[in-house]
Design a protein around this ligand. Structure first.
Ligand code: ADP
Ligand code: MG
Length: 256
């Protein structure tokens, strides 16, 4: 396997408080990797530094060998780091397939001046992405009527339309029912397998994490305390101390 993302000694200080304190890790091509940790551990801060929303206080980020540390979000995005955006009010009235078509137009740098032509041009391609997420039967429904889980799948289709090499998903299943969570992560795992895209995600539901992630990293108080497969992370004494002590994250523990 080859590395798509490498993070070296990343730090973010807020007025002297180190929200992220010297984090180093890598994500391989075609890997589905989870970043977990208690609330306030620094997961979102990490993600925001990877995507360019936040400038690191120290450290380096490399995408496929290229240094992207501190680069503006749009530049990072253009280099193939995707993220799932929540569909905003503006696009709610558009149909499902139109939302994906919009993403394709944006991806291919088309402008609205040639909209009618671009519209026709990208319908088939957009339907392909809807097929990937299992939503072709909903193509012509307005987004405003979609169930929450379907909206999340559409957001995934839109992210894929930009053909990311690395997809960052910060709590993609937040607010979803457990079965829909499993569904969305299964779908994500299938996409990783079939399309060779790499995914880094955060998630609260440990069943989802341990069922789907190839590797799991644990962040605690801004520091990475584990990075390995499910077995290694489960058996890591420091992780057990952080999570099992609270008894909240591992089902086995809360039932014990
Ligand atoms: P997580 O996503 O793991 O829940 P965050 O990355 O959101 O954690 O936050 C990590 C820590 O940094 C928390 O203690 C949070 O209060 C603090 N923090 C996050 N953003 C800011 C900010 N803009 N200013 C000051 N502190 C912040
Ligand atoms: Mg967060």
């Amino acid at each position: 396997m080859t590395e798509i993302l490498r993070v070296e000694n990343l730090k973010k200080s807020y007025n002297g408080f180190l929200a992220v304190n010297g984090v180093s890790f890598s994500v391989q091509k075609g890997e589905l990797k989870a970043l977990i940790g208690p609330n306030g551990a620094g997961k979102s801060t990490c993600f925001n530094m990877l995507m360019g929303q936040l400038k690191p206080t120290a450290g380096e980020v490399f995408l496929d060998g290229e240094r992207i540390t501190g680069m503006a979000p749009r530049k990072v995005w253009r280099r193939g780091v995707g993220r799932t955006f929540q569909i905003t009010g503006t696009y709610q009235s558009m149909s499902v397939v139109e939302n994906v078509q919009m993403a394709l137009i944006s991806h291919h740098h088309r402008t609205f001046a040639i909209l009618p032509r671009a519209w026709r041009l990208y319908r088939d391609e957009a339907m392909g992405f809807l097929d990937t997420v299992g939503m072709t039967d909903q193509a012509d429904r307005p987004c405003s009527v979609l169930a929450y889980g379907d909206l999340k799948k559409l957001e995934l289709a839109i992210a894929l339309a930009h053909r990311p090499r690395l997809l960052l998903m910060d709590e993609p299943t937040a607010g979803m029912a457990p079965s829909a969570r499993i569904d969305l992560m299964q779908l994500t795992a299938d996409i990783v397998r079939d399309q060779g895209v790499s995914v880094l995600f955060t998630e609260h539901d440990m069943d989802v994490v341990f069922a789907h992630a190839h590797h799991i990293m644990v962040l605690n108080r801004g520091e990475l305390i584990a990075d390995g497969n499910a077995e290694q992370v489960r058996n890591n004494p420091h992780v057990q101390e952080v999570y099992l002590g609270g008894g909240t994250l591992f089902k086995e523990a809360s039932h014990a």
